[in-house]
Design a protein around this ligand. Structure first.
Ligand code: SF4
Length: 411
């Protein structure tokens, strides 16, 4: 298809921006704002252009990482209005896992092929900086080969303030204990007016930037994220992407960009403060596509969150500019507690199936995007490492099995 036909029905301004992006010219925040509002033919052209850019940037592989999420405590006093996960320490569902539980979860993850543990928790008022280090030391002592991707900038902020150390020294102290990379979460929208509305007690924009840039300066890489679909406007999203791109130009420390759609069902922000009920499908796909075009060539990996979007829309996002399906997770509670219902575990074999269904090649990667295994030939796929669970069958099979059991002689 020629570019002219791709841009049929698209306004000259949008066509010019898409053309510039394909030529590798940098888009402005104004350009990104306009693209985020694209509808109809312009929206279709945006997705198609982002898919072409994705192929130029990273080819046809779709990567994923085998990892386990561990949320070591849900006790948190920060009080973000979009959060359904946090509990007061006296609530019945509050938990604060002892080390033994974390080790059990890590052991299960290793048995299921994990290369990474993703560890985050609430900001527990009775803990301090030593708690984070103890988690790292103990997990690395028992599982030295596991990569530990842990502690959001909010947790780093909390631990650092308790420690009394210079920030770079505090981060080195955690790296020394086994911290491998840092999730670039707690970013939501990096705009203090929005932050004041959605999480007034959370770290501010400049502090988030300071923590991330200091981490990158000591060689501690991180992801970058965005939470959209609540009270922000396209302009906020575009400015947020602009800030991430500036940071990446300075440090080169982001491994990827992960857009996270707001889950609205079970939190104050939607139920009492008038936020939108999450992003529409159009917004989900537009954010992925604009991220691909806006962040190129600085951030090459754009991840879809199957927990937020669901695997099927995730497949569409992978044909709209994204190239990474994220982690298998094994256990996910932060989105689930806010009302997400796409499950907690997407095993490697399911990742491979979903990726092949859209005509692409599955690739298992490390946390920092080193290719660990390619899966070119489905015949050569490894066996599943997922635990087998007995499932109650329905229909004629249940009737046949019941009969067979009844006729079996007793031992
Ligand atoms: S989002 Fe994180 S920091 Fe905010 S209330 Fe929930 S657990 Fe606490």
């Amino acid at each position: 298809m020629s570019l002219d036909r791709l841009f049929t029905g698209v306004s000259p301004r949008v066509a010019r921006i898409l053309d510039a992006a394909l030529d590798g010219r940098e888009l402005s925040v104004d350009d990104a704002t306009l693209l985020l509002e694209a509808r109809g033919d312009a929206f279709q052209a945006l997705l198609r252009t982002a898919d072409v850019a994705r192929r130029e940037d990273v080819g046809d592989d779709v990567s994923f990482v085998i990892c386990r999420n561990i949320n070591f405590t849900n006790v948190c006093y920060v009080g973000c209005t979009f959060c359904g996960f946090a509990r007061h320490k006296d609530e019945p569902e509050a938990y604060d896992h002892p080390m033994q539980v974390l080790l059990e979860k890590a052991r299960d993850a290793v048995a299921r092929g994990a290369t990474e543990l993703c560890i985050q928790g609430g900001i527990h008022p009775n803990k301090d900086h030593t708690h984070y280090r103890e988690i790292l030391v103990e997990l690395k002592r028992v599982f030295p080969a596991l990569h530990i991707h842990a502690f959001s900038p909010e947790e780093i902020d909390f631990g650092h303030r308790k420690s009394g150390m210079p920030l770079a020294d505090y981060l080195c102290w955690l790296v020394d204990a086994g911290l491998g990379t840092m999730p670039g979460t707690a970013a939501e929208i990096l705009d203090d007016e929005i932050r004041q509305e959605i999480s007034p007690r959370k770290l501010r924009r400049d502090r988030w930037v300071e923590i991330v840039e200091t981490a990158h300066s000591i060689g501690l890489r991180s992801t970058s994220t965005l939470m959209y679909g609540h009270i922000e406007t396209p302009r906020h999203v575009a400015a947020h992407l602009g800030l991430l791109r500036e940071i990446q130009k300075r440090t080169g420390g982001f491994t990827e960009f992960v857009p996270l759609g707001y889950i609205h069902e079970k939190n104050t922000l939607f139920n009492h403060r008038g936020a939108r009920p999450g992003a529409s499908t159009t917004e989900d796909l537009a954010v992925v596509a604009v991220a691909r075009l806006f962040l190129r060539p600085w951030i090459k990996n754009v991840q879809v969150s199957w927990v937020k979007m669901g695997p099927k829309l995730g497949q569409v996002a992978l044909t709209s500019g994204a190239n990474d399906f994220g982690g298998t997770l094994m256990e996910e509670s932060i989105s689930r507690e806010s009302g997400a219902n796409h499950g907690e575990n997407l095993p490697a074999e399911e990742m491979r199936r979903l990726i092949r269904e859209i005509g692409r090649t599955p690739v298992e990667r490390s946390t920092t995007y080193r290719v660990l295994r390619r899966f070119d030939d489905p015949e050569k796929d490894p066996p599943s490492l997922e635990p087998k669970r007995a499932v109650e069958l329905s229909g004629p099979t249940r009737w046949r099995l019941q009969n067979e059991r009844a006729q079996r002689p007793h031992a």
